[in-house]
Ligand binder design. Structure first.
Ligand code: AMP
Length: 284
């Protein structure tokens, strides 16, 4: 696996692969890899002749009060892990490469209106614009045939699909299932922030989502009751500070009243300084 730092170098590597007739997969990440990341890399390696993983902690998607400076990093370990999955190029630019005038002076923002303002967008109002802006930059830099995202960040994947459709970006978006720890906790780089007590409490998210899904499959049709169950159960867990628990339409993210089709159960909750998210698609 080649590690490249500049846009010119990643473009040259992709051009060479294209010259050999290979298809190109892109896996955008912020590093500190776990099995969730590796599952996306393996999927891309299996579906494309050439895979680029980008590793960039994008300042544009962090609010000033958020964890940009503390975001966990281990570059040597990431290089080793990505290399072992068969990735061809790890593109790890610095801020000067991505935002030559500094992130504050960056003038062009890609914004998927409406979808960026609900669920996580309510407590992180500038987050998704940062994501769509950097992902569209990566799409222009790498020009992949396919790009890989995790269902763990369901709203992010939905917004990126919509951006690609609205802007006619010629890339196929592939979404892979959530990879979990044995006790159900969704893998996340931010799990590294958890103290042992918080780590012990955090599986309440998956447990509660699973129970709510079972209630729906057993015939519960009142989304309000599911919402209350999610909120009350999670909020009662030790160390939990609930951000949101919602039952929404999987395509529009609009609130659902009566469950008469597939719904997305989506939760966000702080445990100490870690803000964790999880979700589950349920078909009644
Ligand atoms: P991140 O480095 O956290 O920005 O994540 C990079 C990509 O990995 C995103 O598309 C995430 O949705 C995906 N991802 C993160 N955690 C998981 C997980 N537990 N299972 C599947 N995909 C994940």
């Amino acid at each position: 696996m080649k590690v490249v730092r500049t846009i010119a170098d990643v473009r040259a590597a992709v051009a060479e692969a294209r010259g050999k007739g290979l298809t190109v997969g892109l896996v955008p990440t912020m590093g500190y890899f776990h099995e969730g990341h590796l599952s996306l890399m393996r999927k891309s390696v299996s579906e494309n002749g050439f895979t680029v993983v980008s590793l960039y902690v994008n300042p544009l998607q962090f609010a000033p009060t958020e964890d940009l400076a503390q975001y966990p990093r281990d570059f040597e370990r990431d290089v080793r892990m990505a290399g072992e999955t068969g990735v061809d190029v790890l593109f790890a630019p610095d801020d000067a490469e991505m935002y030559p005038d500094g992130p504050e002076a960056h003038r062009t923002i890609v914004s998927v209106r409406g979808l960026n303002a609900v669920l996580c967008g309510r407590s992180r109002p500038t987050h998704f614009d940062g994501v769509t802006t950097v992902v569209s930059k990566l799409f222009h830099i790498v020009a992949p045939d396919r790009a890989y995202f995790g269902q763990k960040d369901y709203q992010q994947a939905l917004i990126i699909r919509r951006m690609v459709r609205d802007l006619n970006i010629p890339v196929e978006i592939r979404v892979a299932p959530i990879v979990r720890e044995p006790d159900g906790l969704a893998m996340s780089s931010r799990n590294a922030y958890l103290t042992p007590d918080e780590r012990a409490a955090a599986p309440v998210l998956y447990r509660t989502l699973s129970q709510a899904a079972a209630m729906i499959r057993d015939g519960e049709r009142d989304a309000g009751r599911i919402r209350s169950f999610l909120r009350d159960t999670i909020a009662a867990a030790p160390h939990a500070r609930l951000d949101y628990a919602e039952v929404v339409d999987p395509d529009t993210l609009a609130d659902v009243d009566v469950i008469d089709g597939p719904v997305l159960l989506a939760v966000a909750c702080y445990f100490g300084r870690a803000r964790l998210i999880d979700n589950m698609l349920v078909t009644p």
